[in-house]
Design a protein around this ligand. Structure first.
Ligand code: GRF
Length: 208
């Protein structure tokens, strides 16, 4: 059994998708947040999952918060830490500590549109495709080895919200699959690439 700790900051729909997927050999050990009012925490608690929070505003700097969070996370002896809408920039120390066992979902087709407001920026850039990326986390923001990507079309009348909703549906299938691939030991990091020989075709989703 692999222990998984999921970090969220808000509604936690990706976290819910991962929990609901009931990935074989995965134990969702805890759901943690930087916001005690994150809606996803209440949902996880109702499912009987351990929850806890640490308010980043109570810390003098980013590193102090990350160290306190690491202590909380490590109490669950995680094999994998999943950032599912965790809206904090992480220190290099945090990223190094969980090297090769820390994954994130980002709502763009990386390496395009790192950072925030990805859907609005994709529309303004005239992209005909948008999507999401699951990747291992390294110290450089939104830049680690890519595990899986899903793409959706951008329609002429799209707003950031309609595009986000289309991408979110893909997130909810791709993220549990990536967690399952990690837990099953199917992911092999080679430089900036992640090889997944057993499930190659399903790594990329093109939806209409
Ligand atoms: C998702 O779109 C994710 O890609 C981004 O933040 C959003 C979180 O949504 N990082 P949720 O909390 O999982 O519903």
């Amino acid at each position: 059994m692999k222990n998984i700790v999921i970090l969220i900051s808000g509604r936690g729909s990706n976290m819910q998708a991962i929990v609901n997927a009931a990935v074989p050999n995965a134990n969702i050990a805890a759901v943690l947040s930087n916001d005690e009012n994150a809606a996803g925490l209440a949902w996880a608690a109702e499912c009987g999952i351990q929850t806890d929070s640490l308010n980043h505003k109570n810390f003098a700097n980013r590193l102090d918060f990350d160290r306190a969070m690491m202590e909380k996370i490590d109490a669950y002896q995680p094999d994998l830490v999943v950032l599912a809408g965790f809206m904090r920039i992480l220190t290099p120390e945090f990223c190094r500590h969980y090297e090769n066992r820390l994954i994130n979902i980002h709502p763009s087709l990386l390496p395009s549109f790192t950072g925030l407001h990805t859907h609005q920026r994709a529309i303004e850039a005239g992209c005909r495709l948008a999507g999401c990326t699951i990747h291992f986390v390294t110290a450089e923001l939104d830049c680690g080895p890519v595990i899986a990507q899903g793409a959706v079309p951008v329609f002429d009348n799209d707003t950031a919200d309609t595009l986000a909703a289309r991408v979110l549906k893909v997130e909810h299938t791709l993220f549990p699959q990536a967690v399952a691939d990690f837990v099953a030991g199917r992911l092999k990091i080679e430089g900036n690439r992640v090889l997944n020989t057993e499930r190659q075709p399903e790594n990329v989703q093109l939806l209409n």
